[in-house]
Design a protein around this ligand. Structure first.
Ligand code: AMP
Length: 282
């Protein structure tokens, strides 16, 4: 595995390979890698010849009171995991390389829809940070395909929409959510939980599944289902940020006639804010 910090060096290496007809697959991450990230690498491999991954904890997508400083950074262990997955190139830039004038002064890219809902409504500026860094990374790597996890469903949708809007010749592929045995979605932020807390936190997924079952059986009283779910979570030490039943296409509140639905939740369990979701196709 070739580990590169210099964007131009990486770009040149990849352009040489592209000229030789190689298809480039890209998996951007913030590191602290787990099986979820590695499943993205495997999916990328099915669609490309050369795999590029990046590790960059992007300061622009964190709010002032969020966990940027404490975000788990485990670069050496991450390198080993990616090596074992036969990743060809790992890009590990610094803040100074990506934002030489500071994140405030840097050119930004913003999607003007989808971003004011769910996590976007709760984390102002978050998606502007995401679309900006993904643009920068796409311009460096110039991938043919890029893989994003559907655990961050809104992010996946935002990136896909940005690529369409800006007519970027990149295919965005969504990867299914990888979970612990107990159902809890894998996340770097699960590190903040003990094993016992992780077991209790799996109630997040169980609650979503229960609501999904109700919906599949024809219950379309979505407001009541949402209240029921929030209640169950609040009674079990979660602090709910949002629990919503929306359309997969535009994240607007779902109505009984909608067929492609997403149940999406964000909730604090102790210090970490956990997110999870489930697609339902009626
Ligand atoms: P992050 O390092 O948290 O920015 O995540 C990097 C990529 O991995 C994003 O596309 C995430 O959606 C994806 N990802 C994170 N956790 C999971 C998971 N449990 N299952 C599938 N993809 C995931």
């Amino acid at each position: 595995m070739n580990i590169i910090q210099d964007p131009l060096l990486l770009q040149n290496e990849l352009l040489k390979l592209k000229r030789r007809g190689k298809k480039i697959g890209f998996v951007p991450t913030m590191g602290n890698l787990h099986e979820g990230h590695l499943s993205l690498v495997e999916l990328a491999r099915q669609h490309s010849d050369i795999i590029v991954s990046s590790i960059f904890v992007n300061p622009m997508q964190f709010g002032p009171n969020e966990d940027y400083d404490n975000y788990p950074r485990t670069l050496e262990a991450d390198k080993n995991k990616l090596k074992q997955c036969n990743v060809d190139f790992l890009f590990t830039p610094t803040n100074e390389i990506i934002y030489p004038f500071g994140k405030e002064q840097h050119t930004s890219v913003e999607l003007n829809r989808l971003t004011n809902k769910l996590c976007g409504a709760k984390r102002p500026g978050h998606f502007k940070g995401v679309t900006t860094i993904v643009n920068i990374l796409f311009n460096i790597v110039q991938p043919d395909i890029a893989v994003f996890g559907k655990k961050d469903y809104q992010q996946f949708l935002v990136i896909q929409s940005m690529v369409n809007d800006l007519m970027m010749p990149i295919k965005i592929i969504g990867a299914e959510i990888k979970r612990e045995k107990n159902g809890l979605a894998l996340s770097s932020r699960n590190q903040y939980l003990t094993e016992a807390q992780k077991d209790s936190a799996s109630l997040l997924q169980q609650t979503i599944k229960e609501i999904a079952e109700n919906i599949k059986q024809g219950d379309s009283s979505y407001s009541e289902l949402i209240e029921k779910a929030k209640h169950a979570l609040l009674n079990n030490n979660f602090k709910v940020d949002y629990f919503e039943i929306v359309r997969q296409s535009d994240l607007e509140a779902a109505s009984p006639s909608d067929k492609a639905i997403l149940i999406a939740v964000a909730a604090w369990y102790g210090s970490p804010r956990l997110i999870d979701n489930l697609e339902i196709n009626l």
